[in-house]
Design a protein around this ligand. Sequence first.
Ligand code: CP
Length: 305
Amino acid sequence: MIQLTRKMRKDLILLKDLSREEIEAILDRGEYWADNPNSRLSASPRNVDNPIVTNLFFEPSTRTRFSFEVAAQKLGYHVLNFDPKSSSTEKGETLYDTLKTFEAMGVSAAIIRTSEENILQEISDKVSVSVINAGAGANEHPSQGLLDLLTMRQYFSNIQGLKVAIVGDIKHSRVANSNIIALEKFGASVLLTGPKEWMPSGLETQVCSIDEAILSADVIMLLRVQRERHSAKVFDSEKYFQDFGLTRARYAMMQKHAVIMHPAPFNRGVEIDGDLVESPRSLIYKQISNGVAIRMAILERSVGL
Ligand code: CP
């Protein structure tokens, strides 16, 4: 069984803390797995001594949780799926004590989704299990940022010089944060547009109108409206669609080479016209496929391989 030393383990908590070279190394390995999705299992079948990783999701997830699980299985790793509702979390056990418990069992990496923005940074130095951020409150969602970068790099060959428009609920979006940070490390320019109250402070110079974003961007990156993080209870989804959604009229205004991205889950008829999800210029399902490849790269890194 692989027992990680502090030197071997590698956390993935914030893209903010990674250099461009470190990000590039993960993208290169992710690209390898995207091109050779089953090569690990045929070269080295599942073995009782292979690493064990655990999924700890304290917020709902379909893509991130299950693509980490698929990625682990393709690598031949063992996966423990932790259900907070049927665990000792319900009896008051803290995240730190839960990680120490898994550490004592020989688990190599913990993939954690939480509503708390800073807990992973606070805990990671106190445990020897590698900590992988699968989405922390409205802070960062680094594996999503990495799979988005991989998808753009595959499509355009180069990220440098791309103009990426992020549309919608940017203030509450960990996906937007990770993308803004990573895209700027790679020399892309990022435009932001959406309702005024959802624009983040400190990035005012990047805010533009929806028309300017649609007309000028190479990538239109739509975001889900994060209603679970809003204090206002009322949301007029029809008005949002008309004001900021990717309607057919806006799709017709996009540059001919421009593409659509969305981290999903998407709400058809709110952020995007339902038929455009599967349009030829939508990379949404490619993003989901790349999620497995990039998470294979993240898991290998996390166990020191
Ligand atoms: N994009 C994303 O994080 O999706 P899930 O919430 O389904 O994991």
